[in-house]
Design a protein around this ligand. Structure first.
Ligand SMILES: Cc1cc2nc3c(=O)[nH]c(=O)nc-3n(C[C@H](O)[C@H](O)[C@H](O)COP(=O)(O)O)c2cc1C
Length: 202
């Protein structure tokens, strides 16, 4: 299947970074309204988009630019307008999506996260999964802390971008790792670290 090109990110918004910081809260009450491909593209770009002209550096900092994080977007049928239900891997280099799973897994995501039901209601669930080897080959014993720190940086970008778009999100760290890896069909080298549902706030 062909990769799906995302709309280019906007570099000007309606809200200042200061206002986004002031307004940011964890939001768990999502309305069913679908997101647009522009909103999906913007949120993935702020998380792991390539922001270095002619280079490969990304929106969030990474220890030694080792970029251990792989992002997946789980959506329902047309919960992002124009996208079929499934799981899509974000490809930073091409600002594109690659479909990796067919079907709506949001209910199973909520179950694997100890029934945090808002994960089933949000139109979009973003999973950060880490390939620790990318960072540990360089930083050895310090790598686990670096990878966790990087997840925090990415998560904060998503929080602030969601707020600036008039959307909401919440960082979810509480889930069964094995169950979540299975629900997303992760390859063995990827560890699920952080989940962030994104949607319109009720
Ligand atoms: C590492 C981490 C893990 C979290 N895990 C969850 C979670 O599993 N479920 C949830 O509803 N909120 C989770 N949160 C969100 C916190 O509950 C929230 O940030 C906190 O209550 C402060 O509220 P605020 O984000 O609105 O300022 C998590 C936050 C962090 C930083």
């Amino acid at each position: 299947m062909e990769n799906i090109k995302l709309p280019g990110a906007r570099l000007k918004g309606e809200m200042s970074v200061e206002e986004a910081i002031q307004r940011r809260r964890s939001r768990r009450d999502f309305a069913g309204a679908p997101l647009t491909m522009e909103q999906l593209g913007q949120v993935l770009w702020c998380a792991q988009g390539v922001t270095e002209r002619g280079g490969s550096k990304r929106a969030a900092p990474s220890a030694g630019a080792t970029y251990p994080m792989v992002l997946f977007a789980a959506v329902g049928e047309q919960t992002v307008a124009g996208l079929g239900a499934g799981v899509y891997q974000y490809l930073p280099a091409g600002h594109a999506l690659k479909k990796v799973l067919e079907g709506d897994i949001r209910g199973r995501i909520a179950s694997a996260a100890y029934r945090q039901h808002f994960l089933a209601e949000a139109p979009l669930d973003i999973l950060m999964a880490a390939d620790h080897s990318r960072t540990s080959s360089r930083y050895r014993g310090r790598a686990p802390r670096y990878v966790a720190m990087e997840a925090g940086h990415i998560g904060q970008n998503i929080y602030l971008q969601a707020e600036a778009l008039g959307l909401g999100t919440v960082a979810v760290g509480a889930f069964d790792d094995g169950a979540m890896a299975e629900v997303f069909g992760l390859p063995r080298e990827l560890e699920p670290l952080y989940l962030m549902p994104v949607g319109h706030v009720r």
